[in-house]
Structure formats: C-alpha cells, structure tokens
Design a protein around this ligand. Structure first.
Ligand SMILES: [Zn+2]
Ligand SMILES: [Zn+2]
Length: 402
C-alpha cells in the first residue's frame, strides 16, 4: 500500500498536546485557554492541508533548479547530510529573521505569533503562506547542488522539530542549551517583554543567533503574544489583518519609493493607527454572549470530525482523486472559517453551514452515484430551502442560546 506516513504527525501532535494538558493540570499551571487553543489548531489544520497540495509541486521546482542551475554535484553521504542540516537551518534563520524585521514578511509570519498562549497548540499554528515563502527561500539549496530528494527529507525533519520547542512544561536542558534551540530559547522568541523582542530566530540550532547577535537567555518570566493583542478568532482576519493594515499604509503614502520603504520597512516603526483603521473597516465588533456554552461543544465536535477527516485524507492521499481531494479540502476550509465564526458567535455562520452541506452532498453523490441518492438529496435540499428562515432561527438558538 502506498500510504502517506506524514499523516501520522496529526495523531502524534494531538497526543503531545493531550500529554502537556494533563501535566500542566497536575502541576496546577494554567497554560491552556479553550478558544485560543482551538484557534491555534485550526490554523495548523489549514497549513497541513495546503502542504498536501503544494509539496509535490515544490519537489518539481527544486528538481528543475537542481538540473539546470546546480553549482556543485553533491552526493548523499554523512558529511553532506550534516552540511545540509546546517545550510537548511541557516536559511531558516534568515527567513525567520526577515519575517520579523520586514513588514511584508511579517504580514505572513505574524500568524504564528498571534497566539495568546504558549503551548504545543501554538506549535501547530503555522501560517498557510509559509509553504510558499519558505520554499522560495530554500530554493537556494538545490542551486548549491543538494539533490531534491535530500532536501525534501530534510524539510520533513526540520518541519517537525519546532513543534516540540513550544512548551512551558520543560525547563532548561543542560548542555543542549548551547547547541539546540530548546523550549527555553523559543519561549524567549514568543515573549513580548522588551528585552526579548526580536531574539532567538533559530529553528534547530541556537548557534546562528549567537553568531549574528540576536541571542537572549531566558531570565525574566516571558509574557506571551503580541505587544498589542488581536482580539479576534476569525480565521480569515488572523491571516490577513497585517496585510490589510500594510495596504492602508501604502495607500496613504505618496511616492513610489516611500511606498517601497513602508513595504520593506520594519514592523517596529509601523503606525498602529492602521490597525484601528483596518478593524473599523473590516471587523464589525459585536457583543459576545457568554451565557451559552453549547457552541463550544459544537466547535469541539466540528474540530474532532475535521481532524479525523484530515488524517485519513493525508494517509490515503494517493488513492483519492484530485477532484475529491479539492472538495474535501474546501469542506475543511469552510469548517475552519465556521469554527472561528462560531467562537465569535457570528450569525452568518448559518450560510456557511449551507455551503458545507452542499459540498458534502457533492462528495456523497460522487461515491454513491445512484438515482435514489440523487432524489433523496434533492428532497432534503428542497426541504431545507423551503424552511430556510425557520431553520436558521432554530439553528442559531440551538448553538448560541436564546
Ligand atoms: Zn517568529
Ligand atoms: Zn514559535
């Protein structure tokens, strides 16, 4: 059987999240917040999904670069593997550092930092844009001469490692602190304390930070999250807010070179008023009623079903047609937006439910293309449309309470 074993990352990550939760409870530490954890893991689901569709095309891209532009003819061997680990991590260091020091790249990387908490769920929170930007940075590796098969193997390891540095449950790790990026180092990276800002960009090795002067040791207790919290759980807003703010900043600046200065300028100098402007335009504030807890349960059930679907979709990737892969991916994306909207108690979530139901109908019909299925689905759809408004009312009452 030709299974995609990368799918196993899903249950392994969930296991560690569960373990961390149990240990934190035992130690009486409050490191999990329901809404925030769920939002983090939703972002992770989206990233895995995008990765499934893009991984193969990046392999061919590296293959093309390697065939046409490789400077050295590198053959796999122990020394070359070590060289590749170091090269990959060095490129990552600069990719990550630019992600913090240049507005345009921060617009993509910020998603990883909007988490209000620091635990393994934050480790899954990787922006969906990363697949594209990071791959572009790593295009240097096949040009140096590393074979694409070596690179993609390395990127799997390099992609899994940082998950494990996102925890408050592990203290300092002795001599490893001198070589590897440890949870302690990465806590500093995620903190908004003045002394910790723009520090510890490394992914696997801490040596680059020491070499390029961005290292800070964990001394005072870190405060996690952005200097100004986002206060929104919307899946789309978390991904696009900074780009929208940047768009406003560029629009209000005169002159081509001044605009470029904003795009490639530093997030530290970015005018916070653009956040206010963007929020006013795109984020309708509304009161969230705290009374009903039912919608939480509903969000959890949706998440559980979605993660199970994702796991099987990844595992049996080679046995599912592209058409159905896209349909399932769309259903998952609608569910992600849905989860965010439910946590914010948005009323338009009902329209999303309809869209999702339509996608599920299409997938069901693909597997059971029988006239009876068609008639049954048609009858259910007609019924739903006929009673649209009363269904909507009942649905909203059910999940948010009266
Ligand atoms: Zn970062
Ligand atoms: Zn991180």
């Amino acid at each position: 059987m030709n299974l995609n074993y990368m799918a196993l990352a899903v249950p392994v990550f969930l296991f560690f999240i569960g373990l961390e939760y149990v240990i934190s409870k035992k130690r009486g530490r409050q490191v999990f917040n329901f809404t925030s954890s769920l939002t983090n893991m939703n972002v992770g689901v989206a990233e895995r999904l995008i990765d499934m569709f893009t991984a193969a095309s990046f392999y061919f891209f590296y293959e093309y670069l390697h065939q046409h532009y490789a400077i050295f003819d590198i053959k796999p061997g122990i020394l070359m593997w070590i060289a590749l680990v170091l090269a990959t991590d060095l490129v990552w260091y600069w990719y990550h550092r630019f992600g913090h020091e240049i507005n345009l790249f921060w617009g993509f990387h910020v998603v990883h930092h909007t988490s209000e908490e620091f635990n393994y769920t934050a480790g899954t929170r990787i922006t969906v844009f990363q697949a594209f930007i990071r791959t572009a940075f790593w295009a240097i590796l096949p040009v140096i001469g590393f074979p694409p098969a070596m690179i993609t193997t390395m990127l799997i390891v390099h992609g899994l490692y940082p998950f494990f540095t996102h925890t408050q449950m592990i203290g300092k790790l002795g001599f490893l602190e001198y070589i590897l990026v440890t949870p302690s180092h990465h806590r500093v990276h995620h903190a908004s304390n003045e002394v910790y800002l723009d520090k510890n960009f490394g992914d696997m090795f801490i040596i680059w930070d020491k070499l390029f002067g961005t290292f800070a040791e964990e001394k005072e207790t870190p405060k996690y999250g952005l200097t100004k919290q986002l206060e929104s759980h919307s899946f789309l807003w978390q991904h696009f807010h900074y780009l929208v703010e940047l768009g406003y900043a560029v629009k209000s600046t005169r002159g081509f070179f001044n605009k470029l200065k904003i795009i490639f300028g530093s997030p530290a100098d970015f005018d916070p008023d653009f956040r206010v402007l963007a929020e006013k335009r795109f984020l309708s504030k509304h009161k969230v009623r705290a009374r009903s807890q039912k919608f939480r349960l509903y969000a959890v059930i949706q998440f559980a079903l979605m993660v199970t679907t994702l796991f099987f979709l990844l595992l049996f990737e080679h046995y599912i047609t592209s058409y159905i892969q896209i349909m399932i991916a769309l259903t998952i994306f609608v569910t992600l937006i849905n989860c965010g909207a439910i946590l914010e108690q948005r009323r338009w979530v009902f329209y999303l439910e309809f869209t999702r139901a339509a996608l599920i109908v299409v997938i069901t019909y693909h597997y059971f293309p029988h006239p009876t299925t068609f008639l049954f689905l048609a009858a259910v759809t007609t019924g739903c449309l006929a009673y649209f408004s009363s269904l909507q009312k009942q649905y909203l009452n059910m999940i948010y309470g009266r």
